[in-house]
Design a protein around this ligand. Sequence first.
Ligand SMILES: Cc1cc2nc3c(=O)[nH]c(=O)nc-3n(C[C@H](O)[C@H](O)[C@H](O)COP(=O)(O)O)c2cc1C
Length: 183
Amino acid sequence: MRTVIVYESQFGNTRQVADAIAEGARQVSEVRMVNVNDATPERLDSADLVLVGGPTHVHGMSRPETRAQAQRIADADDNLILEPQAPGTGIREWLESGPVLPALVAAFDTRADAAKWLTGSAARHIAKRLRGHGRTMVIEPGSFLAPDNDIDLSEVERARDWGARAARSAIETTGLDYARRTI
Ligand SMILES: Cc1cc2nc3c(=O)[nH]c(=O)nc-3n(C[C@H](O)[C@H](O)[C@H](O)COP(=O)(O)O)c2cc1C
């Protein structure tokens, strides 16, 4: 089976979580990580499962204005470094562009360390969009905490486990087997 992880990240937190998800999914699947700015149809071609994730901005997916705000925050803080592809497009715009996706998908995000009803969750919105496109969720949305732009080892482990469960669930759904199908 082949899994593609499409992620957006401004400060690197969601990239780290995507890395851990990839590690988990690799236990049972071929995995490719793709920044949303590089998520062309060719890169998603022949994916059996696509996992889509980004940071929570203003309770949902980022917008051009919130990404510009992230840029201003980074400019004002020597300890924060913007990801090289951060100023580009976001998951919201990518989903609106109508990417060709396989039947099986799942959504994840990173967010502040507080109750979800206070922080909101980009993953919830990503999942809703994906369901609207008629896609099947292989697992509940994953939401990972990045307090003060720092991720705890326990969250990294949770992301690894979520990635493994997502890929296993896709295998159970499709009957595809890692051993029988390579990239
Ligand atoms: C402009 C902006 C708005 C944000 N809004 C929220 C929010 O509404 N809820 C939340 O939990 N976190 C919010 N955050 C925090 C980010 O979701 C969090 O730091 C995330 O892990 C960043 O991921 P990244 O480093 O991959 O961009 C916001 C961050 C920025 C820069």
